[in-house]
Design a protein around this ligand. Structure first.
Ligand code: ADP
Ligand code: K
Ligand code: ZN
Length: 430
């Protein structure tokens, strides 16, 4: 397959070389910002002493709190007048943070995104519908610019309004969509209810991402629409989408190492972990001019997949995001990630599209309750069958997370849905 750009198929030694020079440029630039200038001075860090990509481990981390303390513009390397765009996080977990982009930053971001889409066979002939929210959220404009750069006819549909989404899909014979996994499942139900049979649509590919999801969810999305779905990873702090993306092999997401220097560290100690071990993803920007970030702690848990990818690209592969370090549930002293629960639920055929983990306190005891939607065809009057499904779910969960959860079976479409990222855990303790 034709490469989008030479960097896409760089050899390991070419990648190492470009990382080294771009890291040096990045540190030099960063030192010009008020935030990093002070930090380097305080810690006695001389950017010119960092001479290899491995040396990066000698630099301090940057955290979300640092971004907040530098709010709004203390991390800029150049005057605000040199910036052409800003995006801000939703601030779901605290006060907002903001990322600024120069014209070149927007340009290189669009190129990275186009590279991702090109990798899975998207071309100028495709019609692309972006069902991500626009505005400050990077999933809108970020992917939009990538699609336009490839020459796709691009429809900025935005989030929600399922009827209109489906009408657009049919009227313009859309071939590629970008959609959040939880919404993809919901829209799939509406599609079937409204009688959009496969012959009315022309869908081929979905880019799915923005929230953790399991392989089983991907498979369901592929089946519901009869398409291929590719995992797309990014975060506003690293521009937005376009950081790592699955190739046609669908076995892990290549992180573009000419643009991002990635490490996996132990979330407790901050020590680098070897390939294959799960830890927190830490990223340094290598191309960003306006607001470079050094060793940014993403809070996302994943691992490098050891070994080579069959596609021939040497950019290392990230495994599916297991969840955020903050999302870990600690119940009765056991650490649980929402994705472990999802994995179990989605392996049970009767389970529908949506679920909610509720943590509650019963006297002094913490309890987990899982509300599970059951597919319409299985939600029968027969109490015995439902009871047996309930105990099947409960025992499978116990095998995986070592905790006995209470299982509430509920009707399809009865749990709250969000148009943005799905809310999977409701903590009612305290
Ligand atoms: P916000 O913090 O406002 O939600 P972002 O859009 O920057 O804004 O969210 C980025 C986060 O979304 C990532 O750090 C990660 O937790 C999650 N995310 C993005 N893409 C994926 C993906 N493909 N799989 C799992 N989680 C993802
Ligand atoms: K076109
Ligand atoms: Zn590959």
């Amino acid at each position: 397959m034709k490469a989008y750009c030479p960097e896409e198929f760089f050899s390991r030694s070419e990648l190492d070389k470009v990382q080294k020079t771009r890291l040096a440029t990045t540190l030099e630039r960063a030192a010009r910002s008020d935030f990093y200038g002070r930090r380097f001075a305080e810690m006695g860090i001389r950017p010119e002493a960092i001479t290899s990509a491995a040396d990066v481990a000698r630099l301090p981390f940057t955290t979300k709190d640092d971004l907040r303390s530098a709010y709004p513009a203390r991390m800029l390397t150049r005057p605000v007048s040199d910036m052409v765009r800003l995006h801000a996080s939703s601030g779901t977990t605290g006060s907002a943070t903001v990322i600024y982009y120069t014209r070149n930053d927007i340009d290189s971001w669009a190129d990275l995104m186009a590279r991702c889409m090109h990798m899975v066979g998207i071309r100028a002939e495709d019609t692309f519908q972006n069902m991500s929210g626009y505005g400050l959220f990077t999933g809108g404009l970020g992917i939009h610019y990538g699609a336009e750069r490839l020459g796709c006819l691009t429809i900025p549909a935005g989030a929600g309004n399922s009827k209109r989404q489906l009408k657009l899909l049919e009227d313009f014979q859309v071939s590629v969509i970008h959609i959040i996994p939880s919404y993809a499942l919901h829209l799939g139900t509406v599609k079937d209810e409204m009688g959009y049979t496969p012959d009315r649509l022309n869908l081929r590919v979905a880019l799915i991402g923005a929230e953790p999801h399991t392989a089983a969810i991907r498979k369901r999305i592929e089946e519901v629409y009869g398409i291929k779905a590719y995992n797309s990873y990014g975060l506003s702090e690293m521009n937005g989408p376009g950081v790592a993306f699955e190739c046609l092999e669908q076995s892990g997401m290549h992180i573009w190492e000419d643009a991002y220097l990635a490490e996996i560290v132990d979330p407790e100690t901050g020590e680098q972990l070897p390939d294959g071990e799960i830890g927190e993803l830490v990223i340094t920007t290598l191309c960003r001019e306006g607001m470079p970030l050094i060793r940014y702690r993403t809070k996302d848990l994943t691992r490098f997949i050891p070994g080579d990818c069959a596609c021939g690209r040497t950019h290392r592969r990230l495994d599916r995001i297991m969840g955020r370090a903050d999302d870990m549930i600690i119940l009765k002293g056991v650490n649980i990630y929402p994705m472990q629960v999802e994995q179990v639920l989605m392996s049970i055929p009767e389970v529908g599209q949506n679920y909610l983990i509720v943590l509650e306190r019963d006297g002094y005891l913490d309890q987990m309750r899982v509300k599970v939607e059951v597919k319409e065809e299985y939600f029968v009057e027969d109490m015995r069958e439902l009871k047996s499904l309930q105990s099947r779910i409960s025992s499978r969960l116990r095998d995986e997370i070592l905790i006995t959860a209470r299982i509430d079976l509920v009707e399809q479409n009865s749990l709250p849905k969000s148009e943005g990222k799905a809310q999977r855990v409701l903590d009612l303790r305290e």
